[in-house]
Design a protein. Structure first.
Lengths: 265, 265
């Protein structure tokens, strides 16, 4: 059967894949993987190849985006093809175009979901899921944009938390650090002066979600600027209004200073 | 070691668990499961017991919430204990209190993430993740609230999509249908008259996310009121402003009428 199955790899290592994802991959004619939309720190294609008992071909951003995934689509026109994707597939909007192209060519598509940083960061922080507003990605300096600042500002205005994903460049093994992200936002604050972020703003930094030892640290920005989060990848949450249970959770699980209790509304 | 590991079951059936979730469960002293925060349609404890080669004890909402999870905590004080949770653990805020109580008693806690409806619904719809605002749960009539209407209204005002989770009562095997949800919102519209929802409003209904045959249907509300989504569980998305790729994705993957192209901003 000609079909393209997007299988989520979940987080951090090769064991983030679900049992059904593993089965789908084992029964595929051909298996591709992309590793540029997220960093999975403790992942190797070789380890996964052993688990799925199959050769896996790595496809680059160029192949998937500039060449519209031609190799993947040609394979799917011949038989069942799996594309392995970090996290939960199609949350990275970049693959929607590939799925559309598959549809145009009469290839059936399916999704096997995986754990995503979108829900993992919520669970790790102890903050309430329904209090998160729009999320945003902080781009590297060369793609500088004030949008993240605006998103945080609009969420705060209505009391909501903001999850910020930090940019990565997998080819160059470059991962934006929490310090870089905070510094960039402080610079925008200097210009925009909306009082969104200062040294005294509470934020939560998360490193290595999905690993055995994620770092989750809540503190004021001037403290986080000097905090060692260890290895990547990183994300960052700017809390809006805090419920008292959220404050307790930040103290218990994100080592927040007890003074955050004073921020409870 | 006395620790409590929250393991995500992912979606729909027993094969939504990740390989690391399976390993953690196999090496636990005692294994508990809660099945009241989400419906996993094709799941049975017996099937999962075979996979993990262990007895699994089902804990009720009463045990976890009114009795503060005493049985789970007592087990975790003696040795490694796993609590299996549908979706991605601690996204359902109800378990944050249990994790806090564990911490108080000196029990280490960890999270093994699983696929969540929060990211799965985004991927299935083809809509862009970073355009979703705050999400909301639509409660049954007996817990009636206008909050969901207000959330959708505020998101729309700033062009954002809203993911609505529909209430379930696992004990009574009662699952709010998409029709019930739409009818409730139309009634609130009659009273509030903010022009948020009418028969001509575009919405996306999703049933059985994570299964082999999820139903994903985008159409105007008056059409969705008569649409058969098949078995539960259900969720519902109210799109805000549409990017043209999002409109194409809704047409291709959610069988939206081509006229949605006219809604592109």
């Amino acid at each position: 059967m000609n079909e393209l199955v997007f299988v989520g790899l979940g987080l951090h290592d090769e064991k983030g894949i679900s049992l059904k994802g593993l089965e789908e991959t084992k029964t595929a004619n051909e298996v591709f993987i992309e590793l540029y939309t997220s960093l999975m720190l403790d992942f190797s294609v070789e380890k996964l190849e052993k688990l799925v008992e199959k050769k896996i071909r790595v496809v680059s951003r160029r192949e998937l985006e500039e060449e519209n995934g031609e190799a993947v689509l040609e394979s799917a026109e011949k038989g069942k093809t799996v594309l392995l994707v970090p996290g939960d597939p199609l949350v990275a909007t970049t693959h929607v175009a590939l799925r559309l192209e598959a549809k145009k060519r009469g290839i059936k598509t399916r999704i096997v979901h995986g754990a995503s940083i979108m829900s993992a960061a919520v669970g790790l922080s102890g903050l309430h899921n329904y209090k998160f507003g729009k999320s945003v990605t902080l781009p590297f300096q060369e793609n500088f944009s004030e949008t993240p600042y605006t998103v945080i500002a609009k969420n705060k205005e209505i009391g909501l938390h903001t999850l910020c994903l930090l940019d990565i460049d997998a080819d160059k093994k470059r991962y934006m650090s929490i310090q870089e992200a905070l510094t960039m936002l402080l610079k925008i604050e200097e210009k925009r002066r909306m009082g969104i972020i200062s040294g005294e703003t509470l934020a939560v930094g998360i490193a290595r979600a999905g690993s055995l030892n994620p770092t989750v640290k809540a503190d004021f920005v001037n403290k986080l600027l000097g905090y060692d989060f260890g290895e990547p990848p990183y994300s960052l949450i700017f809390p809006g209004e805090l419920h008292f249970i959220e404050a307790e959770a930040l103290i218990a699980f994100a080592d927040a200073p007890p003074i955050v209790r004073r921020l409870v509304k």
